[in-house]
Design a protein around this ligand. Structure first.
Ligand code: IPM
Ligand code: MG
Length: 375
């Protein structure tokens, strides 16, 4: 294939994707469903350790609903690095089929081979799942009560720098080119979700983050589309920032409590949400929701922590993040009382336990026992 043909194919595929998006299904009404199937996926590294914690906590919290057949927790195996490499598929087809049989997913972290890992170059399973299930909004709350900080990030989750994954054009040893994609529908539905949240939670401020002074076509489009949506919400104060100064603003205690809802393209959202989570107490403390129109997937914001496993200290992994994600899942399906009970237990665990992730302090099992005791 020539460069021109490769490039043309990429563009045609994106045009076809946008056409498909135009007929996306409406979000299911969970309150009207007889049964909700929650697929649980362990992932790699510390994944099985934190997912075991989350499963036993949910089994207790949702015991009545599970007994009544209203909720099924269904373990889905096979999303491991070994299996993915053996099949040379980012998400093996049978695993993807099992995932698509569920309504919601709770997922542990998966390992993505990086440059120099000496492993085949398979794409990130996260990125593939977000794309395959069209999970367009990555929602990440960060709350720091003592600083009066109550942030929620709406990160675009299927486009931007992540849209084309490994489908780069290999030119030669001297040149590399990646792609960034912004679409009207992708941006508008994300912005709509963020503004709806802001409105339904007391007209919180909305800040749009881009680098539209440099990425003029893609971020420029993102910014103006967000402002188009903002026009439908005249009571919400909306402003915009470049991502570099936003990174500084978040650590500026003079102004950081003024921010509430933040809308970002994919890669900036990836970076800024790790920064924000660190301010809250570490990436192990923040949950993350991937919301689409048909499916929703809830996960820890951190990775599989291969270093902890290599050092043999996996049992000290902090299950807080995945359990926070479970709280978001329960809210997503309208189980607000159960969500509040779990959240209160997690807050108490955060106060009482010390989990620095370096092989000292409390273990994941102690965390789980503590939370079970509070439910
Ligand atoms: C995240 C992660 C992922 C991302 C990785 C694991 C592909 O960092 O969920 O923020 O870059 O989106
Ligand atoms: Mg990240």
């Amino acid at each position: 294939m020539t460069y021109a043909e490769h490039f043309a194919k990429i563009i045609e595929d994106q045009i076809a994707r946008v056409e498909r998006l135009k007929s996306s299904p409406a979000m299911p009404d969970f309150s009207a469903m007889d049964k909700i199937v929650i697929g649980t996926i362990d992932g790699d590294g510390i994944g099985p350790i934190i997912m075991d914690s989350c499963r036993s906590i949910l089994e207790k919290l949702l015991a009545d609903e599970i007994a009544a057949g209203k909720i099924e927790l269904r373990k889905i195996d096979g999303l491991t690095l070994e299996n993915r490499i053996a099949k040379m598929e980012t998400v093996p087809a049978d695993v993807l089929a099992a995932i698509k049989e569920c309504d919601l997913l709770l997922k542990g972290p998966t390992t993505t081979p990086g440059k120099g890992d000496d492993l085949p170059n398979i794409e990130s399973a996260n990125v593939t799942l977000r794309r395959e299930l069209d999970l367009f909004a990555n929602v990440r709350p960060v709350v720091i009560p003592e600083k009066n900080i109550d942030w929620i990030f709406y990160r675009e989750n299927t486009e931007g720098e992540y849209a084309l994954g490994s489908r780069v054009i290999y030119i030669n040893d001297d040149i590399s080119i990646d792609f960034k994609v912004t679409t009207t529908i992708g941006t508008t539905r994300l912005a709509r979700a963020a503004f709806e949240y802001a409105k339904n939670n007391g007209n919180k401020n909305v800040s749009i983050v881009t680098k539209a002074n440099i990425m003029k076509k893609t971020d420029g489009k993102f910014l103006s589309l967000c402002y188009d949506v903002a026009r439908d919400y005249p009571d919400i104060k909306t402003d915009d920032w470049y991502v570099d100064i936003m990174a500084a603003n978040l650590v500026n205690d003079q102004i950081n409590s003024n921010f509430n809802v933040v809308i970002l393209p994919n890669l900036y959202g990836d970076i800024i949400t790790d920064e924000a989570a660190q301010l809250q107490g570490g990436v192990g403390t923040a949950g993350s929701a991937n919301i689409g129109s048909r499916y929703a997937m809830f996960e820890a914001i951190h990775g599989s922590a291969p270093r902890m496993m290599e050092e043999g200290i996996g049992e000290y992994a902090n299950p807080a993040s995945i359990n926070r994600a479970a709280v978001m899942m329960l809210r997503h399906i309208g189980m607000t009382d159960s969500a509040a009970r779990l959240e209160a237990a997690l807050d108490a665990a955060q106060e009482a336990l010390d989990m620095p992730g370096d092989g000292t302090g409390n273990t994941a099992a102690e965390f789980t026992d503590f939370v079970l005791g509070r439910l």
